[in-house]
Design a protein around this ligand. Structure first.
Ligand SMILES: Cc1cc2nc3c(=O)[nH]c(=O)nc-3n(C[C@H](O)[C@H](O)[C@H](O)COP(=O)(O)OP(=O)(O)OC[C@H]3O[C@@H](n4cnc5c(N)ncnc54)[C@H](O)[C@@H]3O)c2cc1C
Length: 384
């Protein structure tokens, strides 16, 4: 749903200009320094990117899902690390509080998340609980007005920068699966919380992940999200449904960028006396990429509209994330192929994008997990 087409066009144009004029020229600097420059972060704050999908009453822009994915098509057209910093605040780092938090929790944390003064992180994955997240072992034991958290979370995006974490922990160890899990807001300065070494990743330099370790970490009981035990896994899944549509849209943006780069290269590079874009086998790669991007875009917009209508889109969100991120991988491969040997060296952005976009098929549920969700949904809904 687009509330006001004129405002939306202005917003998309503003983000497009910011991406092309400010972010794209800084990509290599970010890749080399593994840091997002402070002046870029300041500009992101200024144009409201940290609070894009947080409600206006908390200082955000309050965009709908359709508006958000259309903006993500633009944001995706530069290094994913830029999006990663603001994406967690708008998405998995804040949505648990927004969707299921108490008014007091929302009032305490959402305004500073929306302004970008506070960075939020989402801590679900553990060393032995990845795809099978409901088997997580981190415990939260009630102790008067506090909970004592013990356990380790793995690969947590923005953990080194985060001021707060949404942490899923088991409050009832007699229940093995999802029912025993609760969600907490844990401030980074809480005694008993420490960070592991920053992971050396394949790509997405500038976006950081590391372990988050809880050792008798004393969290106020008031920070139990929604003041309810046992519903934390449901909160996490709701957060991920939305996150999957966002990641799908970002993957489409990245695919558009790689296709644009590949097209420009193909029209300039000459072999056999012709631009390689004259050769039908190269044209086939360009055409397949455009077709798949268009298909993914239609899918994501449709799913976003359904979510805006209040429909349950867990199957559609998984279809969109699965298709768009796998499509992005195929486009990355073709874009490198079209660049020939130049696609394998770092003089061209496509070499970096090829590594950066690999992550889209892994996090917020691997492609196989999306397949499982889609098939389970089909089986559950079958009438035979
Ligand atoms: C850079 C990065 C950032 C991340 N950020 C975050 C974050 O901010 N917060 C967070 O909580 N987590 C985060 N993650 C974790 C991420 O979500 C997990 O890595 C992902 O869910 C997969 O879990 P796993 O790595 O344990 O792999 P595993 O679950 O061990 O899977 C290994 C392989 O087995 C397959 N597999 C597993 N189960 C099944 C099944 N039932 N059927 C078929 N195949 C299956 C998988 O698809 C995969 O191919 C991040 C990971 C990375 C790499």
């Amino acid at each position: 749903m687009i509330r006001d087409p004129e405002t939306q066009t202005l917003l998309e144009e503003g983000v497009r200009r910011f991406v092309q004029e400010v972010l794209v020229p800084r990509e290599e600097e970010v890749a080399e320094s593994d840091q997002i420059p402070q002046d870029v972060i300041a500009q992101m704050k200024e144009i409201g990117l940290f609070g894009l999908s947080l409600p206006e009453e908390y200082g955000g822009l309050g965009v709908t899902m359709e508006e958000e994915v259309r903006i993500a098509f633009e944001l995706g057209q530069t290094s994913p690390a830029f999006r990663s910093l603001i994406g967690t605040n708008n998405g998995i780092g804040a949505m648990g509080i927004y969707l299921d938090g108490t008014d007091e929790q929302k009032n305490t944390y959402l305004p500073s998340l929306a302004s970008g003064d506070l960075i939020g992180s989402f801590a679900l994955t553990e060393p032995e609980a990845g795809s099978d997240a409901a088997s997580l072992k981190t415990t939260a034991v009630r102790d008067g007005d506090y909970y004592l958290l013990n356990g380790t979370k793995r690969f947590i995006t923005n953990a080194p920068e985060a001021g707060i974490f949404t942490v899923m922990a088991r409050t009832d160890t007699t229940i093995k699966g999802a029912g025993g899990i609760s969600a907490f807001i844990v401030e980074a300065s809480t005694p008993g919380l420490s960070l592991g070494k920053i992971d050396k990743k394949m790509g997405q330099k500038g976006a950081h992940t590391c372990d988050v370790i809880f050792e008798d970490c004393k969290v106020p009981a008031a920070n139990l999200i929604g003041n309810r035990e046992g519903v934390g896994f449901k909160t996490a899944m709701k957060v991920l449904d939305k996150g999957r549509l966002h990641i799908a849209a970002v993957a489409i943006g990245a695919a558009k960028r790689m296709l644009r780069d590949a097209l420009e290269f193909a029209m300039n590079r000459k072999q056999f006396g012709h631009p390689i874009s004259d050769f039908q086998l190269v044209q086939g790669m360009l055409a397949d990429s455009k077709t798949e991007i268009y298909a993914a875009e239609c899918m994501v917009i449709d799913a976003a509209r359904k979510r805006d209508e209040g429909k349950d889109v867990s199957i559609e969100a998984s279809c969109a994330k699965y298709f768009a991120t796998e499509m992005c991988g195929r486009v990355a491969d073709r874009a490198v192929q079209i660049h020939g040997g130049s696609g394998y060296v770092s003089d061209y952005a496509v070499e970096r994008f090829y590594r950066d976009v690999r992550l889209f098929r892994l996090y917020e549920g691997t492609s196989q997990v999306q397949q499982v969700i889609i098939a389970r949904g089909l089986i559950r809904g079958a009438t035979i």
